[in-house]
Design a protein around this ligand. Structure first.
Ligand SMILES: Cc1ncc(COP(=O)(O)O)c(C=O)c1O
Length: 441
């Protein structure tokens, strides 16, 4: 395919894409959120081609799924090789080599130098449900704590801890009724109208002094579930002290810490897992998205003594199929062999510096934040930081018409999350399209 840049041959969506979308909208579930009218048919590296032959530069990688780029040749080769050997053996009943080999690699890659176990599943939501069930089984405690603005998925367990917006929850009550919620340190929009550090982290104070003193007993609480950097909530990076306080409290009361690294994991922030930036060693860690670069897979890794449930307590027929396990192994090899983490750090810093410069020129950009190649850009209408959600959506639509795929997060933020293999020239191309669109706002 050899794409060299975005190319618009017919204003998207072109006639073929429009015809397909019309059928799709009539036949598929109306619950699917569609960011842009892209009908992808081919892809390679950082580019996606649509049904009408338009080529788009991908600054979203399917919310971070194609982390090492679309169809990385080493991942595709590993999958093809496994297809020729064995497609499926049910791992409920039997054993396969790739599951064990991948486990060894994952234990190396995840934070914490202690014995671990892994449970494989097929989506981020399932990895969260696994973590919730495991924490409850192990502790035999009633409650769990989550954070406002957290996104953990759509299965009933994961959804019960998803608080990004009401549409994820409305109509489904009663949800799994074990959760209590506390604000996340979203310092740009502090719910307590405070400024860090003079606030002394009132969001954590609320957890320790209100939730754990008035609502639920710490010794009846199984877990605290958090994203080390909030994703769908708007790419929000907490201060170090947040992790220190949570870890101290959890240790004191025997509460398990679950890090949801479904979006932040696998190198996205410049380390294999975002927790590692903060010296944070969760008891349970969940991962999916970039895990197998587009093949549906997830894992929940836990301290060995925490994953102590018995035969039959938690299983899944399709979990950990050998083809997907080989894809996941290949992704880890690519990250190491191609020094992907270094690329994320260097190009992430560059990307961030260019966005900071854009912010100086366009006051609609209220905040730039993030880590590595997980960068959030929040748009605001005025100095009072009124969220500019419509402008954000227009920016996404305009960029699409010029051949750049962008994604939203939170009320008025963009999440800039290109493949981690992106190079300088590709970043510059995307930035110049973004600036063209900002001018039009
Ligand atoms: C942090 C986080 N956790 C969990 C999920 C759910 O993953 P999935 O959509 O694969 O079920 C997502 C999806 O966006 C996510 O960002």
């Amino acid at each position: 395919m050899n794409y060299t840049g975005p190319k618009i041959v017919t204003p998207p969506p072109g006639p073929k894409a429009r015809a397909l979308i019309e059928k799709d909208l009539d036949m598929l579930s109306p619950s699917l959120t569609r960011t842009a009218p892209l009908v992808g048919v081919k892809a390679e590296g950082v580019y996606v081609e649509d049904l009408d032959g338009n080529v788009f530069l991908d600054f979203g990688s399917g919310i971070g799924v194609t982390g090492v780029g679309h169809r990385h040749p080493k991942v595709i080769d590993a999958v093809k090789k496994q297809l020729d050997a064995l497609v499926f053996v049910n791992s409920l009943d039997y054993y396969t080599t790739p599951q064990v080999e991948l486990a060894e690699m994952l234990f190396e890659a995840t934070p914490g130098d202690f014995p671990k176990r892994v449970f494989y599943s097929n989506s981020g939501s399932e990895s969260i449900d696994t973590a919730i069930k495991m924490a409850k089984w192990h502790s035999r405690r009633a409650y769990g704590v989550g954070f406002i603005n957290g996104f953990h998925g759509r299965t009933v367990g994961a959804m019960s801890f998803t608080t990004t917006n009401l549409t994820a929850r409305r109509g489904f009550a009663p949800l799994y009724p074990i959760g209590q919620f506390t604000p996340y340190p979203y310092c740009y929009r502090c719910l307590f109208n405070q400024t860090y550090p003079s606030c002394n982290l009132d969001c954590v104070n609320y957890l320790t002094d209100v939730i754990f003193k008035k609502l639920i007993a710490p010794d009846e609480t199984a877990f605290i579930l958090l994203e080390p950097v909030q994703g769908a909530g708007g790419y929000i990076v907490p201060p170090q002290e947040f992790f220190d306080r949570l870890t101290g409290f959890a240790k004191e009361h025997g509460i398990l810490l679950i890090a949801d690294e479904v979006q932040t994991g696998y190198g996205r922030t410049g380390k294999m897992f975002a927790s590692q930036h903060f010296g944070f060693e969760p008891d349970i860690i969940t991962m999916s998205k970039a895990f197998a670069s587009g093949f549906p897979a997830a894992a929940t890794v836990a301290r060995k003594e925490v994953m102590d449930w018995v035969d039959n307590a938690h299983e899944g027929t399709l979990n950990g199929g050998p083809v997907i396990m080989e894809a996941a192994k290949a992704v880890l090899r690519v990250i190491e062999e191609e020094r992907v983490l270094e690329n994320v750090r260097v190009e992430g810093d560059y990307f961030r510096s260019q966005l900071d410069a854009l912010q100086q020129r366009y006051p609609i950009i209220g905040d730039i934040r993030g880590m590595g190649l997980m960068i959030g850009m929040e748009l605001v209408k005025d100095e009072k930081k009124t969220p500019a959600g419509e402008a954000r959506n227009k920016l996404i639509a305009d960029a699409f018409s010029k051949g750049l795929l962008l994604m939203g997060a939170g009320e008025s933020s963009l999440r800039l999350i290109p493949p981690m293999t992106i190079n300088r020239q590709e970043i510059d191309t995307g930035l110049s399209i973004m600036e063209d669109c900002l001018k039009q706002l």
